[in-house]
Design a protein around this ligand. Structure first.
Ligand code: MG
Length: 290
């Protein structure tokens, strides 16, 4: 494990409640093409992530790095469902898949209104088992676009339902710890993180801009148990209060695309950033489920 010197930009003293003085950013894996979709699999004590252009998913543990799946359908975002099964956005296969206990990969969604999805990008699962994902066209050429909007979708027993249709490039998404709010990044020139209220029937209300990320754009986002957001940006990972105030930045040597909490106590933030994966121990605890 090589280590970089830690580097932070601190805008509010509360940043030190998240990142203790002396915390060190460590590069735990390198040599990939473009890393994305980190998910901590607690029962296996390892991190699974995607290397999108390599058409491969990797598994990292303190013992080392290995191939998890290749080809991967150019997998992008990953998460776990209520039963701990891997849910994957397959950029290239234009579908959301689930990996069963026996390793078989099944399609959960690959079309809407009889037409192919664009290229599912990132995914989260709510505690009621519903699956929420974004469908921008990053993985396809313009002439392949079949959907009239770049939707945010909810998948439940009734199939796919668009829950938002006014994004330019919907990308990373996550729920607040109480699941009353859904945050969705718009990785276009808008650079927005937007905030929706989740109604009892799983429709969305609102959609106000909580934060604007510049330099770069917001991509992967996560929350900790206190509802603070961690958004990837052009210069690192930004820590933002639930009110949208920037507390500080974890600066990275490569531009990050996503992050997730993991480790035995969910206090390690794993960050996928271009050719590498980084980890940093926080004092905050991730709210990511399960
Ligand atoms: Mg993404």
């Amino acid at each position: 494990m090589s280590e970089s010197s830690s580097q932070f930009e601190i805008y509010d003293k509360d940043f030190r409640k998240i990142v203790a003085a002396g915390s060190v950013l460590a590069e735990i894996a390198s040599g990939m093409e473009f890393t994305e979709g980190p998910v901590w699999v607690e029962r296996e004590g390892r991190l699974i992530f995607s290397d999108i252009p390599a058409d491969e998913m990797k598994a990292w543990s303190p013992e080392g790095l290995e191939t998890f799946r290749k080809p991967s359908g150019h997998a992008n975002g990953n998460t776990l469902d209520r039963r701990g099964r891997l849910i994957t956005c397959e950029h290239g296969n234009r579908r959301v898949s689930r990996t069963e206990g026996d390793g078989k990969v099944v399609t959960l969604a690959d079309s809407f209104n009889g037409k192919p999805l664009n290229s599912p990008n990132d995914v989260v699962v709510k505690s009621d088992g519903t699956i929420w994902f974004t469908d921008p066209p990053y993985g396809i050429s313009p002439e392949q676009i079949a959907q009239p909007h770049n939707y945010v979708f909810r998948l439940d027993g009734g199939g796919l339902t668009p829950v938002a249709d006014d994004f330019d490039r919907p990308n990373g998404l996550c729920f607040s710890p109480d699941e009353k709010l859904l945050y969705v990044a718009d990785s276009s020139d808008r650079k927005h993180i937007r905030m929706f209220e989740v109604a009892g029937d799983n429709t969305l209300r609102g959609g106000a801009v909580l934060a604007t990320i510049d330099p770069g754009v917001p991509d992967g986002i996560r929350v900790d148990m206190r509802g603070r957001l961690y958004s990837t940006a052009g210069d690192g990972v930004w820590a933002i209060t639930p009110e949208g105030v920037l507390l500080g930045k974890i600066l990275l040597p490569q531009t990050p695309a996503n992050c997730t909490f993991g480790g035995p106590d969910r206090r390690t933030l794993y960050i996928t950033a271009r050719h590498s994966v980084y980890a940093i121990e926080l004092t905050a605890t991730g709210a990511q489920r399960p």
